[in-house]
Design a protein around this ligand. Structure first.
Ligand SMILES: Cc1cc2nc3c(=O)[nH]c(=O)nc-3n(C[C@H](O)[C@H](O)[C@H](O)COP(=O)(O)OP(=O)(O)OC[C@H]3O[C@@H](n4cnc5c(N)ncnc54)[C@H](O)[C@@H]3O)c2cc1C
Length: 389
C-alpha cells in the first residue's frame, strides 16, 4: 500500500500554505476587531486568489476551474482552514451542482463564478426547515410559462457578498418536486431581511432572505424539476469534505501554537511541557490529528479512485463528523495549554475555538451525520466503515 502523496499534490498544499500565510493571516486580527474587512481589502484578496491560481479549484478546466483532484482540494482546504474568521471563504468554490447546468447556465453562472466575476450562495434552510429539508415551504408556482418564487431562507452564508443564490424550493408547493433555482439577487422581490450576528467572526454574513413573488424564467431551473435533493446531496458531499479538511487545518494550527507555548513557557522552574498533564494533552492532540488526517485523506483519495457514489455520501459524513468533533477537542486542549493567553481574542486559538463550533452544526449537524452513518450500517453492514474497500 503506497501512502506517498505525489509531489504535484504537495505543491498545491504548499501554494495554499503560502497563500494563507501571506494573504489571510495578516487580516485576521483586523477582521476580529472590526467584524468585517473593507471592500478594497476583499477586492485585493479576490485578485490574490486569481494570481495564486486558487479560483474554482473544485471545477473542471473546461468549466473555467482548476480541475484539482479531491485529494488536491483537501490539501488546499487543510491549509486554508488554518486561517481564522472564516477567511478561507475568500477562496471561492462555486457550488458543485452548477456543473450539471445547461450550456447557458454554465456560461452565465459557473464560468464567471470560477473566474471570480460572480459569486453564489446556497439557500436551503428556513425558519421551519433545518435538519429536515422536506419541510421547506419556499415554493415556485408555475403560471403562464414562468415560475414565481415565494418564501424565506435563513443562514445564507456569503449571501451578502454573493450576486446570485441557488435556492431550494418546492415546485407548486409539492414536496415531491424539490428543485434548485438560480436567483439573481437584484431581481424584484428579492430582499435581505436581516444579517444576524453569530458566535464566530466570519468574513462574510449569513443573511436571511425573503422572496416575494420573484419571477423566474424556466431557464433558471438548475437540473430537473424534482432533482433538488439529489443535486443538493452532491453539494453536501463536497461541503462536508471541505469542512473536514478545514477542521484538520484548524486543529493543526492550534496544536502548533500550543506546542510552541509549552516549550517556552516556564512555571515552577521548568517548561510547562515537562508537566505530564500538559504532555499528555499534547499527545492526545497529536493522535487525534493523525487519525483525522488519515481519515480525511483516505476518503478524498478513495473518491478520486472512483468510489461508488452511495459510499461517497456515507464516507463524507464520517469525515465531517469525526473531523468537526475531534478538532473541537484538540482546540479546547490547545486553549487550556495557553492558559489566559488562549482566552484572548488576539490568540488564533481563541478564534479557532469559536470558529470551529459551527462545524458540528452546518451542512448537517453531528446528529444528522450519525443518523446517516447509522442508516448506512443498517443497510450495508458495519464493514461500510470498519472494512477496507
Ligand atoms: C453560521 C451558519 C451558517 C449556515 N449557512 C447555511 C447556508 O449557507 N445555507 C443553508 O441552507 N443553511 C445554512 N446553515 C443552516 C444549517 O445547515 C442548519 O442550521 C443545520 O442544518 C441545522 O438546522 P437547524 O439549525 O434548523 O436545527 P434543527 O434541525 O432544528 O435541529 C436542532 C437540534 O435537533 C437535532 N436533530 C434534528 N433532527 C434530528 C434527528 N433526526 N435525530 C437527532 N437529532 C436531530 C439537531 O442535531 C440539533 O441538535 C447555516 C447555519 C449556521 C449556524
Amino acid at each position: 500500500m503506497d501512502l506517498t502523496i505525489p509531489t504535484a499534490d504537495l505543491e498545491w498544499k504548499e501554494r495554499a500554505k503560502a497563500f494563507a500565510e501571506t494573504h489571510l493571516f495578516p487580516h485576521e486580527v483586523a477582521l476580529e476587531l472590526n467584524g468585517h474587512l473593507p471592500p478594497e481589502t476583499l477586492a485585493s484578496l479576490r485578485q490574490a486568489v486569481i494570481d495564486a491560481g486558487l479560483n474554482g479549484i473544485n471545477h473542471s478546466r473546461e468549466d473555467g476551474g482548476q480541475g484539482l483532484s479531491l485529494l488536491q482540494q483537501t490539501l488546499v482546504n487543510e491549509e486554508l482552514g488554518k486561517a481564522t474568521g472564516g477567511l478561507w471563504a475568500v477562496v471561492w468554490h462555486p457550488a458543485i451542482p452548477l456543473r450539471y447546468g445547461t450550456a447557458e447556465q454554465k456560461r452565465d453562472y459557473l464560468t464567471p463564478s470560477c473566474a471570480g466575476r460572480r459569486r453564489g450562495a446556497y439557500a436551503i434552510t428556513e425558519p421551519g426547515a433545518g435538519s429536515d429539508p422536506r419541510l421547506v415551504s419556499t415554493r415556485a408556482d408555475r403560471r403562464g410559462g414562468k415560475y414565481y418564487l415565494s418564501g424565506e431562507k435563513w443562514f445564507v452564508t456569503t449571501g451578502d457578498y454573493a450576486d446570485y443564490l441557488i435556492v431550494h424550493a418546492h415546485v407548486d408547493g409539492d414536496p415531491e418536486k424539490p428543485t434548485l433555482f438560480l436567483v439573481d439577487k437584484d431581481l424584484p422581490g428579492v430582499r435581505v431581511q436581516r444579517i444576524p450576528k453569530f458566535m464566530h467572526t466570519y468574513v462574510f454574513g449569513h443573511p436571511e432572505f425573503v422572496f416575494e413573488n420573484v419571477e423566474l424564467a424556466p431557464s433558471k431551473v438548475l437540473g430537473q424539476i424534482g432533482q433538488g435533493f439529489e443535486l443538493t446531496k452532491d453539494w453536501f458531499v463536497e461541503a462536508r469534505l471541505q469542512i473536514a479538511a478545514n477542521c484538520l487545518g484548524a486543529a493543526i494550527r492550534a496544536a502548533e501554537v500550543a506546542n510552541a507555548h509549552a516549550e517556552g513557557r516556564v512555571q515552577f522552574g521548568r517548561p510547562i511541557r515537562d508537566f505530564q498533564a500538559i504532555e499528555f494533552m499534547l499527545a492526545d492532540m497529536a493522535v487525534e490529528i493523525m487519525a483525522m488526517k488519515s481519515l480525511v485523506y483516505r476518503i478524498a483519495a478513495e473518491i478520486d479512485r472512483g468510489l461508488d457514489r452511495k459510499l461517497v455520501h456515507a464516507r463524507a459524513s464520517a469525515a465531517k463528523l469525526y473531523a468537526s468533533e475531534a478538532s473541537g477537542r484538540v482546540i479546547d486542549k490547545a486553549l487550556q495549554i495557553l492558559g489566559g493567553r488562549g482566552y484572548m481574542r488576539e490568540s488564533p486559538v481563541e478564534r479557532l475555538y469559536r470558529d470551529i463550533r459551527v462545524d458540528r452544526i452546518w451542512e448537517g449537524t453531528s446528529e444528522i451525520q450519525r443518523a446517516i452513518i447509522g442508516g448506512q450500517i443498517k443497510k450495508r453492514g458495519l464493514s461500510a466503515y470498519t472494512g477496507w474497500a
